[in-house]
Design a protein around this ligand. Structure first.
Ligand SMILES: NC(=O)c1ccc[n+]([C@@H]2O[C@H](COP(=O)([O-])OP(=O)(O)OC[C@H]3O[C@@H](n4cnc5c(N)ncnc54)[C@H](OP(=O)(O)O)[C@@H]3O)[C@@H](O)[C@H]2O)c1
Length: 326
């Protein structure tokens, strides 16, 4: 597993990380034993960066990571998120309440101090008011968190966050079906030495290539109840693309790939080919998926011809289908 530096933290972390939303049962039920197996598989693959949030399974994802950490000799960096629990979202934000949420996360994780606390897609007006970033700086000074970053939905929010001197990372929706950040945000993060943490690298699994028309999702799975954005931002489920359209696009893309390429490898390697990316937090509900995704670190860089094809395909075929804005 190759490593990269996470912005101003100076931490060397695995370029493939682990997304732990799945461990909160938000992609359908995952038993305790399976959750621990996912975390074990990640550490065995050299994955040293896990992403979670206080709200994933109402604390279950953090608790499971905490239990796993307590029995492990390894110390991966844990990034959690704050800002979407009922005490805060959508308009109850105060510094004290954020501190309490972070302290509750630290307790569930069983850590003295949180490695990286990310603002969790807080409403635009709250972010743009600016106080919340200043509060995160204060909480860092107080020793509640080592570092802070922000997970954002929109590119203008990402650009706004780059104005903060102390912000170390931006977590963004980014994949071969959502490419605009390359030109709209990456030059700025490079200038500010901010690490990019990529979420939805597989567009909620669409880009694994395994999904087809009529594919069934568990009723507890956000890909069932949020496929059109009924519960939260539509971009977080299938990248904002209507599922049936996504399946058609994958078939079109497969037809353009040569036999020595498959969609999943191309999707992960394309992200790694962007030097501004620090890590890809690929979500996994099975240990086998973790192992498969970790292999992307060993793949060769994609050639220019393939990069050009993927850029054209995105611009011409995909971009128009993204709902919820970019
Ligand atoms: N607002 C935010 O800050 C925010 C929002 C969304 C996500 N995130 C974070 O980002 C992480 C990644 O995003 P995501 O999990 O939503 O999307 P993703 O990584 O694009 O997709 C994950 C899903 O893809 C499928 N998959 C993964 N690896 C596979 C493989 N090798 N073969 C076949 N299928 C595979 C699995 O589906 P099945 O489970 O159906 O097998 C898995 O649940 C999350 O876990 C979470 O930590 C943050």
């Amino acid at each position: 597993m190759k490593t990269r530096i996470l912005g101003k933290t100076g931490w060397s972390i695995s370029e493939i990380g682990l997304g732990c939303w799945q461990l909160g049962n938000d992609f359908g039920p995952v038993e305790d034993k399976q959750a621990i197996a996912v975390l074990d598989a990640a550490s065995e693959q050299g994955i040293s960066f896990f992403d979670t949030a206080d709200v994933y399974g109402a604390g279950l994802s953090e608790e499971r990571i905490g239990r796993w950490l307590a029995s492990s000799t390894l110390a991966p960096k844990i990034a959690t998120k704050v800002g979407r629990d009922a005490a805060l979202y959508p308009d109850g934000y105060t510094k004290e309440k954020i501190k309490q949420s972070l302290q509750a996360s630290a307790k569930r994780l069983g850590v003295e101090i949180i490695n990286l606390a990310q603002l969790h897609c807080v409403p635009r007006e709250v972010l743009f008011a600016g106080d919340i970033l200043a509060w995160m700086e204060d909480l860092q000074q107080e020793g509640v968190i080592e570092h802070f970053g922000a997970s954002v939905e929109m590119l203008d929010e990402a650009r706004f966050c780059c104005q903060s001197d102390k912000l170390v990372s931006l977590q963004m929706l980014f994949n071969i079906f959502r490419q605009d950040a390359v030109e709209e945000v990456f030059p700025l993060v490079e200038q500010q030495n901010i690490g990019v943490i990529v979420r939805l690298p597989l567009a909620s699994g669409l880009l694994s290539g395994k999904m087809h028309h009529g594919y069934q999702f568990n009723e507890q799975d956000h890909r069932s109840y949020n496929k059109d954005g009924a519960a939260f931002h539509v971009g977080e489920t299938f990248n904002g693309i209507p599922f049936e359209t996504g399946v058609v696009l994958i078939d079109e893309l497969k037809a353009r790939l040569t036999s020595n390429h498959n969609v999943l490898d191309v999707a992960l390697r394309w992200i790694l080919d962007q030097p501004q990316v620090s890590t890809i937090i690929a979500g996994a509900s099975q240990p086998s998926q973790v192992i498969r995704n970790a292999q992307a670190s060993d793949l060769p860089v994609l050639n220019d011809e393939l990069h050009t094809m993927l850029k054209d395909f995105y611009q011409t075929n995909v971009r128009q289908h993204i709902r919820g804005g970019i």
